[in-house]
Design a protein around this ligand. Structure first.
Ligand SMILES: [Zn+2]
Length: 337
């Protein structure tokens, strides 16, 4: 997530209405209004696909009570209001990632009764590899235990380390071995990189089989060329997108790279709609619908109007709205097995 301070939520515009959300969902070709409880993993048959939100959080609020807590029933209720069938739920374990840790164990336990709709990821702070998981086998074993408990990926990966820090490289290696995709946040405080994102390029080159899902202001600022280090921390840059951005270059060079449209992602496409519409079409096989819902007071989601604003085709809406997610999460594979 982009850890937007609570005070910044004052920028949020009026609530997306249920009617508006439904229009979006229907237009996406991914959703139906009736969200009868599914049985097991999402069915793969025709007509059953609905919106998948690739980026949400559960929270629990003793450490920061003013933020409130989002329980699994709360999240499901919010998903119903926005016609989202399934959501990836991301722990936040690094101290830089959130106001307080949201552990993998919490996410796995809280989602357990709702696995037809809530898809848990696990998170491992790579610094624990330097202290408590000194061998690669121990990292792999931990990841396997999380898989056994239901985890479908690793993230939100958000430590205050370089994106290609040796400890993170060991974590990526383990994820590649057990086939867990990694969703990461990149800015000047987490998974830090230089303008042009050469560190990320190194990771993607080193682990071509590892699916990596990009997110965060530093990543999305890099949709434009000519960004400086300081620009990697600007959450919602405005203005026309200058050519030569690292995002296009990296997506072109690395087929294992995806990006979710949560938080600053939708804005990155809307800041220059002419560029954004072509970008959405160009990368319709690699973009994933997502919101970064983590705060009950969040009411402003550009994601619900993005496709209309960019005039996206039905096919693009379906791919980005759900099909790509199913592929990355191997839901089709699972439901066919
Ligand atoms: Zn997030």
């Amino acid at each position: 997530m982009n850890c937007t301070p609570v005070t910044m939520t004052a920028e949020h515009r009026p609530t997306v209405t249920r009617r508006q959300a439904l229009r979006t969902a229907v237009a996406l070709g991914c959703a139906t209004l009736a969200l009868a409880p599914a049985r097991g993993v999402m069915a793969s048959g025709a007509g059953t696909t609905r919106l998948i939100d690739f980026h949400t959080h559960l929270t629990h609020g003793l450490a920061a009570q003013e933020l409130g807590a989002i329980t699994a029933p709360d999240l499901l209720h919010w998903m119903d209001a926005h016609d989202i069938a399934q959501a990836v739920v991301l722990p936040l374990v690094s101290p830089e990632a959130f106001w307080y840790p949201i552990t993998s164990e919490h996410v796995l336990t809280a989602t357990a009764p709702h696995r037809d709709r809530l898809i848990p990821f696990c998170a491992i702070d790579p610094r624990t590899l330097g202290t408590h998981l000194p061998t690669q086998q121990e990292v792999v074993d931990l990841a396997k235990r999380y898989i056994d408990a239901g985890a479908k990926g690793v993230g939100e990966h958000k430590p205050q380390l370089a994106i290609d820090d040796p400890l993170s490289m060991r974590l990526y290696e383990a994820c590649a071995e057990v086939r867990l995709p990694v969703l990461f946040h990149l800015d000047n405080f987490a998974n830090m990189d230089l303008p042009g994102l050469p560190g990320l390029a190194r990771v993607l080159t080193e682990f071509p089989e590892l699916v990596m899902i990009a997110h965060g202001k530093g990543w999305w600022a890099s949709i434009a060329g000519g960004v400086r280090q300081v620009d990697l921390q600007v959450g919602f840059p405005r203005g026309a997108v200058a050519p030569g951005g690292a995002v296009d270059a990296l997506l072109t060079a690395h087929k294992n790279l995806y990006a979710d449209l949560s938080s600053s992602g939708a804005h990155a496409l809307l800041r220059d709609k002419e560029f954004g519409a072509k970008f959405l079409e160009r990368w319709s096989d690699r973009l994933l619908f997502g919101t970064d819902y983590y705060l009950k007071s969040q009411v402003d989601f550009d994601q619900f109007t993005l496709f209309d604003e960019l005039g996206a085709s039905k096919e693009i809406r379906r791919k980005v709205g759900c099909e790509n997610a199913r592929q990355v999460l191997r839901l089709t594979e699972a439901s066919n097995s």
